[in-house]
Design a protein around this ligand. Structure first.
Ligand SMILES: [Zn+2]
Length: 550
């Protein structure tokens, strides 16, 4: 395997035309595998204990990244600090959660963690009101879909979890995986905006498991001891929600629905226009959620190199990587060398190349931002640092012309036979077949970004694989570029793929292919340089075309 790689490298050098060097970004060769390796052995070393959100070690990681950016003379993106601070909220279950439903003379008391449970983002609160059923409870104006159109004000809304036909390509929603519209917090905020006083969610598919399945899942959701991987919500977002939100068992939901059949309603709700609000007269619910909220600090580190063009410098290309990982559970350590120590040290090298180029008198026309995101790994939903940024961006999103995200850039993709659910939807492939390959994900939103990657690749000659945009593995949505695609910013993810060590204790620095990582980091640097100097901004396709099959 190694020999083949060396031979390829020689071939590239022999064939590279001299004229090509004019297109090369300045200081491209300053991105070196030895530097990447030295940095990664620190960032993914045992002393940083896997950089878990909420630990002293993730703080240390953020401080280290900040000091490296400062040493390069980089400026804050906005304001006077490289630190983009936000808060995250997580909760523990408190005493006093209760729920009672009445239907005429009939009364049903729901037991917490048996028949109902508060959701992790709910405030402590209470509601007593008549219940209405609202299908999936989705409000998606862009899709002309509104399950909440109707008399919701003053009511408790019972809604289905998820979204219609998540795996049907003809679905008006994503059609490959669940879309953002299925996010329960989003649904609850929409219901609140319409005046609802409480929200109850039920999983139609949970029916098969009976009530024991609900109780089992509820106890896993709210374990006695807070788990080392907690559920977080961005605090400012969670604080917008003032009404209580709980999940109820299918059995309890059936009591509320009376003669209506949950499965039949779920089927019906898939067709637009059929799941309009249905009052469940005379059913009322009286419930209270009680949680103790814990707030922690978290940080994105974002630096800027100012563009040289007096006009174009107001626009920025953003290069990013998340620096957090999964920490340690006390007995095992998840170092996260590939995920995503690799992208983070790549980001540092790229920033350093820009600083070196600037020292030589070469600056890009547009500004370039370097963002190390926090809490990408953390649920729910993930990508929390990037979401915190787009909610309060230190640089205007409309002036952000492109995002180049790196997440896992140091390995050879390997999808083994019988690899199990973690490789769901990905074709079997060997590490050898991906020795010089990198996936570029997100280009179906913007062919200009595909062109930029292909052009930049002349400097490194890798195999670019434009795939996985439309894949049940959901890779498209599994890193921070996704947040920017949601906000109309052309964005791609450079990713050398999953492998058997992904999210295991074996994702360690000694497993990294450093020469390959050097090529990926140079590729991203070159692409960012080209985009920052290009005559125009890459365009975003609207509406997004149906992606070609993988
Ligand atoms: Zn990652």
């Amino acid at each position: 395997m190694k020999r083949a790689l060396i031979r390829t490298g020689l071939l590239v050098q022999l064939l590279a035309p001299v004229a090509r060097s004019q297109d090369r970004a300045p200081a491209l060769d300053s991105i070196r595998k030895d530097d990447l390796e030295a940095d990664l052995y620190f960032l993914a070393g045992d002393s940083l204990r896997g950089r878990l959100t909420g630990t002293p070690e993730v703080r240390l990681s953020a401080d280290w990244i900040e000091s490296r950016f400062k040493r390069l003379g980089l400026l804050p993106a906005g304001g006077d600090s490289l630190v983009h601070r936000y808060n995250l909220t997580w909760s523990t279950l408190a005493n006093g959660n209760r729920m009672r439903a009445r239907s005429g003379a009939a009364v049903m008391d729901a037991r917490v963690l048996e028949d109902f449970m508060p959701l992790f983002f709910t405030p402590s609160g209470g509601a007593e009101a008549a219940v209405v059923y609202a299908g999936f409870g989705i409000r998606a104006p862009d899709l002309n879909w509104d399950d909440l159109a109707g008399p919701v004000a003053g009511k408790i809304v019972l809604m289905l979890e998820g979204e219609p036909r998540p795996n049907d390509p003809k679905s008006p929603f994503d059609g490959v995986v669940t879309s953002v519209h299925s996010d329960p917090m989003r649904k609850a905020l929409n219901a609140q905006a319409r005046g609802a006083v409480g929200v109850l969610l039920v999983s139609a598919s949970q029916r098969q498991g009976g009530s024991s399945r609900f109780a089992q899942e509820a106890r896993g959701y709210w374990p006695d001891k807070p788990p080392h991987l907690k559920r977080y919500a961005i605090t400012t977002w969670a604080e917008e929600l003032r009404i209580p939100v709980a999940s109820v068992s299918p059995a309890f939901a059936s009591f509320l629905l009376g003669s209506r059949d949950l499965a039949a309603l779920a089927k019906q709700a898939e067709t637009p226009g059929t799941a309009r609000i249905q009052p469940l007269d005379p059913v009322t619910v009286d419930f209270a959620t009680r949680v103790t909220r814990h707030v922690i600090d978290d940080w994105n580190i974002v630096a800027r190199i100012e563009g040289s063009d007096p006009v174009l410098k107001d626009e920025a290309v953003l290069v990013s990587a998340h620096y957090d990982h999964n920490g340690t559970d006390g007995t095992q350590m998840y170092n996260g060398a590939d995920d995503n120590g690799s992208g983070t040290v790549g980001l540092l090298e790229i920033a350093e190349a820009y600083a070196a180029a600037a020292r030589q008198g070469s600056r890009p026309k547009r500004t370039v931002l370097f963002a190390a995101w926090g809490s990408e790994e953390r649920c729910c939903g993930p990508l929390l640092g990037a979401w915190a940024w787009v909610r309060h961006p230190g640089w205007p999103l409309e002036k952000t012309t492109a995002v180049l995200n790196m997440d896992m850039i140091g390995r050879r993709e390997e999808v083994p036979e019988g690899g199990g659910s973690r490789f769901r939807g990905l074709p079997i492939q060997t590490a050898a077949s991906n020795a010089n390959a990198v996936n570029v994900i997100g280009t179906t939103f913007s062919p200009d970004m595909k062109k930029a990657a292909i052009t930049a690749n002349r400097a490194v000659d890798m195999q670019l694989r434009f795939r996985y945009d439309n894949n049940p593995s959901n890779l498209l949505r599994r890193s921070d570029h996704w947040v920017f695609l949601q906000h109309g910013v052309p964005s791609v993810w450079f990713h050398t793929g999953l492998h058997p060590d992904y999210h295991t204790v074996f994702d360690r620095p000694e497993k990294i292919d450093y020469p390959k990582m050097e090529r990926v980091a140079r590729l991203v640097y070159q692409a960012s340089w080209d985009l920052a100097n290009g005559p125009g901004r890459p365009a975003m396709l609207k509406p997004r075309p149906v992606p070609e099959p993988d």
